[in-house]
Design a protein around this ligand. Structure first.
Ligand code: GLN
Length: 484
């Protein structure tokens, strides 16, 4: 049987009934990887030996009758999430030899379930980018069209899920990096509320924006993964001290009477015609299901990209100061300490990372701090207030995830501003700290997936999943697979 094609729910059922054993699953997954990975290149590291060890452990757990939901399920992990003893490179030369001495909280939680790690997925270096082309190691291709990007920065995770090279994956989202690649690859991607999932062991890019979340083949799987990875963690001071939730609680519940806000600022010139059509059709579908569309306004939307690129680069410049050739990672020898620092950072970081460190250092420097960083924080508050106001009137906000379907490899790499605009619809959500999902809502004429973004109130993921599930179950999109 082709186990790689299954979702988490489907495979978990077979494993619990002992109709399949984890080692059979992982053999099938690596067979699939062998077949399609030369084309897709979703993984930076394949942890083959480790995966077989993990399968054996999963089997022991099953035999002792202690299996859990994710026991024996192959879940790929983005390469900026620390996995003890397994390389975690952030797709950067500066961390090419980094074997973390500790485990991130999210993967510790997966380990407690006895999951299987097939490997670590490709990404834009330090999660900076929208196409995964900023990886220092390889270019990942979109399984729906190998000439196109999978989106980014979690492009490897999204491509691996879409190409059935794993059953589900974890990504991270600072300004859209789970949702935009999910949209480009035709899969589900959820960015939880800031503080919902522990960031302990996630290599920091912009700490006030970063969140880890699931990338899956269906909405139910996203809920199941959230049930495992969410929750308070004393190792992350920004983790929210709230009671655990059952994210599957509302799946299958009626969505009649739910108010969906349509922000007028999101349907602007420059948005691809086919994207707009698919989103309008999705809104119509939600209306058929009983939802009530209401036009709303998020008036500070036009400042989101500029605000984000000040906040994110400022935080990045500070976070990335630790890569100096002393503590870990690459070291390029020099005649003295300063030369060693400079050579290490100049060789170790790629162009986009350097660009951002320079921008961020500039924004934080004395004399410019008030004009840029402080101002950006003030505008960030206005953007957050926009959402709070909107959520007084509606339960959800519906937008496209990205302004276009997947673009061609190389198309935007030399034009950073064009690249930054790929996140125009996802960035405000991180600035506001609210949760949002991208779910498949159809295809372009060229057969490229298009994503629908559903934004919810803080900590309202279970309801986002309820609405997403209702939409998913009444449309065929999640059943479609790319031919590879
Ligand atoms: N594309 C955005 C950036 O380059 C967002 C990246 C992310 O969410 N990690 O910063």
């Amino acid at each position: 049987m082709e186990f790689h094609k299954l979702t988490v729910v489907e495979l978990a059922k077979l494993i619990h009934r002992r109709e399949v054993m984890p080692h059979e699953v992982i053999i099938d997954i690596f067979k699939r990887i062998q077949e399609v990975e030369p084309k897709v290149k979703a993984y930076i590291t394949l942890s083959i030996d480790k995966a077989y060890d993990m399968a054996r452990e999963a089997e022991n757990t099953i035999f002792s009758g202690k299996n859990k939901l994710l026991t024996g399920i192959p879940i790929a992990v983005k390469d900026n999430i620390c996995t003890k003893g397994i390389p975690t490179t952030c797709a950067s030369k500066i961390l090419y030899n980094f074997y973390p001495p500790y485990e991130s909280t999210v993967t510790s939680k997966l380990l407690a379930q006895k999951y299987i790690l097939p490997g670590k997925t490709n990404m834009d270096e330090f999660a900076m980018g929208s196409s995964t082309e900023n990886s220092a190691f390889q270019i990942t291709r979109n399984p729906w069209d190998l000439e196109r990007v999978p989106g980014g920065s979690s492009g490897g995770s999204a491509a691996a899920v879409a190409a059935d090279e794993c059953i589900a994956a974890l990504g991270s989202d600072t300004g859209g990096s789970i949702r935009q690649p999910a949209s480009f690859c035709g899969v589900v991607g959820l960015k939880p509320t800031y503080g919902r999932v522990s960031r302990f062991g996630l290599v920091a890019f912009a700490s006030s924006l970063d969140q880890i979340g699931p990338i899956t083949k269906c909405v139910t799987d996203a809920a199941l993964l959230m049930n495992v990875i969410a929750g308070h963690d004393s190792m992350d001071s920004t983790s929210a001290p709230i009671e655990p939730t059952d994210f599957t609680e509302y799946l299958g519940h009626d969505v009649k009477g739910l108010k969906i806000g349509i922000p007028k600022e999101y349907f602007i010139e420059g948005i691809d015609k086919e994207v707009e059509e698919r989103i309008q059709e999705a809104i119509k579908k939600l209306e058929d299901l009983g939802c009530i569309p209401i036009e709303i306004s998020l008036p500070h939307t036009e400042y989101a990209v500029a605000t984000y690129y000040i906040v994110a680069t400022s935080e990045a410049s500070s976070n990335l100061a630790r890569y100096d050739g002393v503590k870990y990672g690459l070291r390029a020898p020099g005649k003295d300490l300063l030369e060693m620092y400079m050579k290490t950072r100049s060789k170790g970081f790629g162009a986009e990372v350097k660009r951002r460190i320079m921008l961020g250092t500039y924004c934080l420097s004395a004399g410019y701090y008030d004009a840029y960083y402080k101002k950006a924080l003030q505008v960030r508050t206005l953007i957050k207030n926009d959402f709070e106001k909107a959520f007084e009137k509606v339960d959800f906000i519906i937008t496209p995830t990205a302004p276009s379907p997947a673009f061609k490899i190389g198309e935007k790499i030399d034009d950073p501003l064009q690249m930054y605009l790929s996140d125009i619809f996802t960035i405000s959500i991180n600035l506001a700290g609210v949760p949002a999902i991208s779910i498949p809502c159809g295809f372009s004429e060229k057969g490229l997936p298009i994503g629908l973004q559903i934004i919810g109130k803080p900590f309202d993921e279970a309801r986002i999943l309820q609405l997403s599930y209702a939409y998913e179950q009444s449309t065929p999109w999640h059943k479609m697979k790319p031919t590879l």
